[in-house]
Structure formats: C-alpha cells, structure tokens
Design a protein around this ligand. Structure first.
Ligand SMILES: [Zn+2]
Length: 170
C-alpha cells in the first residue's frame, strides 16, 4: 500500500495544530495503517485477498475507523488534557477512513480490493473507488503528499519567522 496521501495529510495538519510535533501528526494520520501492519504481523489481518475475506475488519472497517478515532482522541486527552488538540488529533485519525473511503476499492494497487465494509461482512462494501484508476491513484497519492509537505514547509517557515521577530523586539 503506498499510503503516501495519509502522510501528506499528517504534514499538512501542522498548519492547524502547530504546537504538535509533526511525527505525532503523521502517526495519527497513519494510525489505522499502523494497526493494520501490527495485526498483519501477528496473522490476524492481511492485504485484500478475494479468496480469504474478511481481510482487515479491525483496522479498515467503517465501524472500527470511528472507534480508533474516538479512542485516540480520548487517550490523547488523558495524557495532555487539551480538549481541542485531542479532538483535532482524533479527526486526523478519522481522515484515514475518509481518504480510504474516497479511494476504495483501491484496485489500482490491490486487484482484489472490495472497498470498506461496515465491519466484517464483506458482501456489502462502501467507497467511491477513485483509486481503481491507476493514473488517478498515483497522481492522488503523490500529489497529496507533495501538497502536504509544501503546506508543512510554509507553516514551519512562518512559525520560525514569527519567533525571530519576537526575539528581535525583546
Ligand atoms: Zn489505510
């Protein structure tokens, strides 16, 4: 799975939550992928395979996407007690589901991909299927990544300039 677009969204989120480290933002945007990788490593989930559904109900279902987003916001709030930032981080986790919904089934990358199930019933799946076309898929992945990195660089430069200005007038 290229999953570059999610990384782009993590970078871009720096503009909205500049006080949060960009690594944490990227982890939030990719949390559902990280959960998938972990479950794959221990043999519970696997990439799309028409012969063996359900392949990723715990990471990439609509229901669990909502659960992981809420849980991430809740845990972050327990740690830092900042409600607004915690909610924004939860939304960033949710952005993975939203982006996957737009892209799935990603048959350009996974011929057997079916789209997102509500949970484990893969006879009914949802998604707009933009990534079924390989041109759209690659332009989408790389384009969103590059736009995200650009937004990040502009944001960090601005933050840096503001800091210098404040130091100068002290
Ligand atoms: Zn994903």
């Amino acid at each position: 799975m290229p999953a570059l677009a999610h990384i782009g969204l993590g970078f871009a989120a720096k503009k909205i939550v500049p006080t949060v480290n960009v690594v944490l933002l990227i982890v939030a945007a990719e949390l559902i992928e990280i959960i998938f990788m972990t479950l794959w490593a221990i043999g519970i989930e696997h990439p799309p395979d028409a012969a063996a559904p359900p392949y990723s109900p715990y990471s990439h279902s609509i229901l669990m996407g909502l659960v992981w987003s809420g849980l991430a916001a809740f845990i972050f709030f327990l740690v830092n007690r900042k409600l607004k930032i915690s909610l924004l981080l939860g939304l960033l986790v949710l952005s993975h589901l939203v982006l996957d919904f737009i892209a799935s089934p990603k048959s350009a990358f996974y011929p057997a991909d079916t789209g997102l199930p509500w949970f484990s019933d893969y006879t009914a799946t949802y998604g707009l299927g933009l990534w079924s076309n390989s041109m759209v898929a690659w332009f989408g992945e790389i384009g969103i990544l590059l736009i995200g990195i650009s937004i990040y660089i502009i944001t960090v430069r601005k933050l840096h300039n503001n800091k210098n200005r404040i130091l100068k007038y002290k």
